[in-house]
Design a protein around this ligand. Structure first.
Ligand SMILES: *Cc1c(COP(=O)(O)O)cnc(C)c1O
Length: 222
């Protein structure tokens, strides 16, 4: 199976898993070459995810420059302080804002640029040191002042999490369920960004609105 078939198959599966409100499929093209991205565009992929800001801007330059393009570019993963400015050159969403300093840097940068962006706060609910994001308590205390978390240009769209690195299905479900509860209680209007190639089915059962799928569409990364 090629990229087209894998994308179409997953797209159909997402619809069948939750016909009334299927999640948005973000095709994660990080580390994939331009030819593969073109194949995905031709198959009808609209939402793409890249983790390195600059690399994504270069690969997607032709679509970013084209006003008629309907592609939507999502940044996934952490943003280094001082590089927020670059997000506004092509990305409309960023999933993975993981510290209070980053939130306020993003908000003030959006005002300076006068450009729209939506963002997701990343939670670290698996307590793995390798994972970036807010611990549950920090996340909740931030959400308690959520009127400070959006401005005219920059909107808090929702919450993001990654499942445990060992892929244990029980822990994965617990993690997604926990984020879903936090959303329900503290950000009911917000969306959930959770689920990758190995765990998107569980994420959808737990209410995910955006799944970020790379290798199941593009094959293994180089
Ligand atoms: C790489 C990555 C993905 C996609 O991972 P796959 O396992 O290839 O589907 C999703 N989200 C984030 C934050 C990533 O870094």
């Amino acid at each position: 199976m090629g990229i087209r078939d894998r994308f179409l198959e997953i797209q159909e599966e997402l619809k069948s898993l939750r016909p009334e409100n299927p999640p948005v499929l973000i095709a994660v093209s990080k580390f994939q070459p331009l030819e593969k991205i073109k194949e995905a565009v031709n198959a009808g992929v609209i939402h793409f995810g890249e983790n390195r800001i600059q690399e994504g801007l270069e690969k997607f330059a032709e679509w970013i420059a084209n006003e008629n393009s309907n592609l939507v570019l999502h940044h996934i993963g952490p943003v280094q302080s001082g590089t927020f400015r670059k997000l506004f050159l092509g990305y409309s969403h960023t999933h993975g804002v993981g510290g209070e300093g980053s939130v306020f840097e993003l908000l003030s940068r959006a005002e300076k640029e006068q450009k729209q962006i939506g963002y997701f706060l990343q939670a670290n609910l698996t307590r793995e040191d390798t994972k970036h994001g807010f611990e549950k308590k920090e996340l909740i205390s931030l959400l308690e002042k959520k009127e400070m978390l959006s401005n005219t240009f920059c909107k808090l769209e929702g919450l993001m999490v990654m499942g445990p690195s060992d892929g244990d299905p029980f822990k994965t479900r617990e993690t997604f369920r926990e984020l879903s509860k936090i959303r329900k209680e503290y950000l009911p209007e917000g969306k959930l960004s959770m689920g990758m190639s190995g765990d998107y089915r569980i994420a959808i059962e737990e209410g995910s609105d955006f799944v970020r799928i790379g290798s199941a569409i593009f094959g293994e990364r180089n």
